[in-house]
Write a protein that binds this ligand. Structure first.
Ligand code: C6P
Length: 416
């Protein structure tokens, strides 16, 4: 297998991921669905197994050796995750996934801090996880919802954004750093700065579910007050996500869930709450999963996030022209590989995305088909669904040919 001009060695990386080496329907697997969930390197699988075989104990409670080991592993993971995104470890809250992180902010921040006259601004490009939690609290809180439209090229309409921001009423901006459908990388830092210039009280919530796994990330550079992401899309386990928040903002927020661990003291008819991040981690947390996520960020750091990004740019540089070359194929989103990530949505004239997905699967190629939990965006593109091929650090330029061959074979099979 060829290396790439970036010096990144996909062959060495691939050897670390056992899932890549299985067959599907008798064919070697070509896994192009990492935007849905990524494969896990052996070191993450080993860390999970080690947690359960050697360090099983609850955290922050026990006085015995195993409890101390489990607590140390859990807190070391918090520090590793914080370092990975340039956050203060005390502002890193472990959640179930990115979705829960958005719900936490909606319930404990938006519902409390936004009211009549305020605008909560999101975009038409958002995943449902960055739409529905705000919609849930809006009727009670009484703020206004507004959305930045998406243009036909898959970028945000920044003129309309500027118009809304000029009102000075935007109190919360919720925006994805990278679209899970069209791959667009949004100018989050610039957008956040504009919102704060017009209203210094505003906060910026960044959806990093797709960007944190693929781009070097620094919360301060992003201008994010809150950053939400999921472990399972970045080589880590399922069942763990992250809300990284500005300490002073988190400090002023009431708890999201009640129970053990999140309290200082409890009386029969009242309680006082723990400091952050523990205030937001009610009950026994995902102990093994946190350790697994710690191993995942160490793995990605060793691989080098700049190298991961360059590798994916190189794949996109080849993939987009190759898909464009197939008659009847339309690729959505930016064509400039530097302006986008490696989640590539396309439609094929005369073929339903689910049929494409099914035929590709028979060839051992795993893609996703559907609305990708971003229905407003799919509607804005004038479609009901797309097929999405998404690439990660362990994919190779060589995997683009089988994808394109299988699309041509699907066209031949359905005679379109
Ligand atoms: N997108 C996809 O196939 P959870 O489900 O909580 O781990 O992540 C939610 C989420 C939030 N924001 C963005 C931009 C996302 O892409 C996702 C998850 C997956 O595109 C599953 S729907």
């Amino acid at each position: 297998m060829a290396g790439t001009t970036t010096g990144f060695d996909p062959a060495a990386i691939r050897a670390d991921f056992p899932n890549l080496h299985r067959e599907v329907h008798g064919k070697p697997l070509v896994y192009l669905d990492s935007a849905a969930t990524s494969f896990k390197p052996q070191v993450v699988i080993d860390t999970l197994a080690d947690s359960y075989s050697q360090h099983t104990a609850n955290v922050h409670r026990g006085v015995h050796a195993l409890a101390e080991e489990a607590t140390d592993r859990y807190e070391a993971a918090r520090t590793a995750v914080a370092d990975f995104v340039g956050a203060d470890p005390r502002g890193v809250v472990f959640t179930k996934n990115a979705t829960e992180a958005f719900n936490l902010i909606a319930q404990s921040y938006a519902k409390q801090q936004l009211g009549a006259g305020d605008i909560l601004l999101y975009t038409e490009m958002e995943h449902h996880a960055n739409l529905v939690p705000w919609q849930l609290v809006q009727p009670e809180a009484g703020f206004e919802l507004a959305a930045v439209p998406v243009r036909a090229d898959g970028t945000l309409d920044l003129d309309t954004f500027a118009e809304i921001v000029r009102t000075g009423r935007v109190k919360l901006l919720a925006v994805t750093a990278m679209s899970n459908v069209v791959g667009t990388i949004n100018p989050v830092a610039e957008m956040g700065a504009a919102v704060k210039a017009a209203n210094p009280e505003a906060v910026v919530v960044v959806d990093g579910a797709q960007s944190v796994p693929h781009l070097p990330t620094d919360m301060t550079e992003l201008g994010a007050d809150f950053l939400c992401f999921s472990g399972h899309k970045m080589c880590g386990p399922t069942g763990i996500g992250v809300l990284a928040g500005r300490l002073d903002v988190l400090d002023a927020m009431p708890p999201f869930l009640g129970g053990g661990e999140m309290i200082l003291d409890v009386h029969l008819f009242g309680a006082t709450y723990n400091e952050v991040p523990y205030r937001f981690e009610a009950g026994t947390p995902m102990i093994a999963e946190a350790a697994g996520l710690g191993a995942a960020v160490r793995y990605l750091t060793d691989a080098g996030m700049d190298a991961v990004r360059s590798h994916e740019i190189e794949i996109v540089e080849h993939a987009i022209p190759a898909l464009h070359d197939i008659p009847g194929v339309t690729v959505h989103g930016p064509t400039d590989p530097k302006a986008r990530g490696a989640a590539i949505s396309f439609v094929v004239d005369g073929l339903h995305p689910h049929d494409i997905g099914t035929v590709l699967d028979r060839e051992g190629i795993a893609v996703r088909a559907g609305h990708h939990c971003a229905k407003p965006l799919i509607r804005a593109l004038g479609k009901a669904a797309t097929t999405r091929a998404s690439f990660y650090l362990y994919n190779t330029v060589e995997e683009i040919d089988p994808l394109c061959d299988a699309i041509r074979a699907t066209q031949a099979f359905f005679e379109v």
